[in-house]
Design a protein around this ligand. Structure first.
Ligand code: SF4
Length: 428
């Protein structure tokens, strides 16, 4: 038994009938109250009848009555207003700061043993290759699981929307600028997201839009702004980029971010910032404004083609300036990287756009795009396979990632709809 589980049982009123206080008065719960996660009593604004008299106020919950003393409530006036002290075990008489005894309800006789057994099963250490409820999950009705996954898809998009809202705030509601910053952020991948974002913020997209269809000039500006064009180069390609950048730099008041910000360690060479900047330059050269271009696309295939941009030919044989590689390979944004950009950058942006503009169709379009995308396959998704949860599309795989990261991995089974159904199994 834990206090969190007691809160849960009280909140959902998963208690037997005939509740009676320790001094024999019948208790009827009209409203369990609102759970308080901050300091102070555990439940606010409850409404209960005790011995036929109706009370409205706060409720404190403990595993044992003696916890009242241990938590120093006996000297705290804030707890004088408690209308009911709910405990799992009544092991000691206690008094409030005003010298009175609180009315106490001991729950132990009113909790069905199967509830405790189901909860214990969820909290028991489990096979690390799957999820903690793996053995119980097959008994959960599929419609409960699927309707919950639909909710989690939205929860995941909303969680990803935080970065959108931050950038939108910084751009003072400029959707084009937000889109450009956001794409840059995700072009950087996990490791170089911040320097990529700083690079985009240091380089006005309207300035870059002058060179539509001229990816090399855009690459010169971005490489220069990234700090990669400082020093002496042997190869013609970086020398030409350097010359282009220097020619533009003074007139346009360009100022590079520090090249020390970029990371090359622990990432695949194909994701090096040099390659990603060249690809990003290529993408920007295809349009003068990203946001309206993407807004028109409702088909994932068209989007994947849009993002399928290629680094300059020079990068076929280089990962760094002046360092030729043994093997030649074209550095194109592949489908997986394009899908990652759509999932992490475009879909949350579209969702927030729909929310702020009050236009549901954009939010639906965002979900529809996720449903068109293939499911991800990573070590989180694979944990659900033994219980038969195999996602059919990215909307479902995103939901499973949200479920695992925010609920299963931290054992928030009491906050999970699947967990709720498991705890109730065989309890009636
Ligand atoms: S959080 Fe939900 S899905 Fe995850 S282990 Fe607990 S009950 Fe199962």
């Amino acid at each position: 038994m834990t206090e969190a589980f007691l809160h849960y049982l009280w909140h959902h009123q998963m208690l037997g009938t005939g509740l009676t206080t320790t001094d024999g008065q019948p208790v009827v719960v009209h409203r369990p109250g609102e759970l308080n996660r901050d300091a102070g009593p555990d439940f606010f604004n409850a409404r209960v009848s005790i011995g036929g008299v109706e009370w409205a106020g706060n409720i404190e919950i403990h595993l044992r009555s003696s916890d009242w003393k241990q938590h120093h409530h006996s000297s705290d006036k804030a707890y004088n207003s408690i209308i009911l002290h709910v405990v799992y075990e009544h092991d000691s008489r206690i008094v409030m700061e005003n010298g009175k005894e609180p009315v106490t309800l001991e729950l132990k006789p009113f909790i069905h043993p199967s509830l405790v057994a189901n909860y214990d099963a969820l909290m028991t250490p489990a096979d690390p290759q799957t999820i903690p409820c793996a053995k119980r999950l097959p008994a959960v009705p599929p419609f409960i699981i699927h309707s919950y996954l639909d909710r989690l898809t939205i929860e995941r998009i909303e969680a990803k929307s935080e970065v959108v809202r931050r950038l939108l705030n910084e751009s003072r509601g400029n959707w084009e600028q937000t889109c450009y910053w956001l794409m840059a952020h995700y072009f950087g991948g996990k490791v170089n997201a911040l320097p990529f974002e700083l690079l985009a913020k240091a380089t006005d997209p309207r300035f870059l839009a002058r060179w539509k269809d001229n990816p090399r000039r855009i690459e010169a500006v971005l490489m220069g702004q990234a700090g990669f064009l400082e020093g002496y180069f042997e190869d013609d390609y970086p020398r030409q980029l350097q010359a282009d950048y220097e020619a533009l730099r003074t007139g346009a008041s360009l100022s590079p971010i520090g090249n020390y910000l970029w990371r090359f360690f622990r990432i695949r060479p194909s994701a090096f910032p040099t390659i990603r900047i060249s690809q990003f330059a290529n993408l920007l050269s295809t349009t003068t404004s990203l946001f309206p271009t993407l807004l028109e696309m409702t088909d994932v295939k068209a989007m994947e083609r849009f993002f399928n941009c290629q680094a300059a030919d020079y990068w076929d044989t280089h990962y760094h300036f002046d360092q030729v590689t043994e093997r030649k390979s074209v550095k194109r944004v592949g489908r997986m990287q394009a899908d990652t950009l759509i999932i992490n950058a475009w879909i949350p942006l579209l969702f927030v756009y729909g929310e702020i503009r009050g236009q549901q169709r954009y939010k639906e379009q965002a979900i529809n795009l996720l449903q068109q995308l293939p499911a991800e396959n990573n070590n989180i998704i694979r944990r659900f396979a033994p219980v038969g949860l195999i996602p059919e599309n990215a909307a479902q795989s995103q939901a499973l990632i949200q479920l695992y990261n925010n609920y299963c991995s931290c054992r928030r089974c009491l906050d999970c709809h699947i967990g709720h159904n498991i705890i109730k199994q065989k309890s009636s």
